[in-house]
Unconditional design. Structure first.
Length: 204
């Protein structure tokens, strides 16, 4: 599979750590098309710190940590959707979205619309915390409504067997695995946890 898109049920669902683990395991190139918020560092920098060596520069780097459509307006930037088309690279590419599935890229286009336009398979990242069933099923419905291919769902956090099983059964999606909380979180612990909790053939 040449390109995999990683999206989430909401902000801070664990997309960046999962994306770093996936990219490192596959030897893939990582790309975050739109980075909104620069003061606390970028997701590209975080993936580099977690062992990803092939990273493409963002198409847009926006200063304000909010939805890309608003961050672009504050910066006086007009987002050109053609610049957000995933590039062709040597080997696999992992593309990380921003926030959740229905986060606006512009005033008229959501990330789910972009995913439909691209046509690449999507991994949905969801926390196992309270509320995840609702958030996950809504995200799955939004993707399916646009005929976005869903590769599966990856959970993050402490184990919650009932919630994970409920989401995968009702949502009719593959449970790819769960990335536990890691302390410390570094390239070695992430690499080991990803190898233990995920099967690379699910992404091939």
């Amino acid at each position: 599979m040449s390109t995999i898109v990683v999206t989430g049920t909401d902000t801070d669902a664990g997309k960046t750590v999962f994306s770093a683990g996936l990219a490192a395991a596959l030897g893939a190139t990582y790309w975050k098309p739109v980075q909104a918020g620069l003061d606390d560092g970028t997701d590209a920098a975080r993936t580099a710190a977690l062992g990803v060596t092939k990273i493409l520069p963002e198409a847009y780097r926006l200063n304000t940590p909010c939805s890309p459509h608003r961050a672009a307006e504050i910066d006086g930037v007009t987002i050109d959707l053609d610049r957000l088309t995933p590039p062709v690279v040597d080997g696999p590419l992992v593309v990380e979205g921003a926030g959740g599935v229905l986060v606006p890229v512009t005033r008229t286009v959501l990330f789910a619309d972009l995913f439909a336009r691209w046509g690449h398979p999507v991994v949905l990242v969801a926390r196992t915390a309270l509320g995840t069933i609702n958030h996950s099923l809504l995200s799955i419905e939004a993707l399916r409504a646009r005929r976005v291919p869903i590769l599966g769902i990856a959970f993050t956090g402490d184990a919650n067997e009932d919630s994970e099983a409920t989401i995968t059964a009702i949502g009719r999606v593959k449970r790819l695995g769960r990335l536990p909380r890691l302390d410390p979180l570094d390239p070695a612990t992430l690499r080991a946890a990803f190898a233990q909790h995920f099967q690379l053939e699910d992404f091939a």
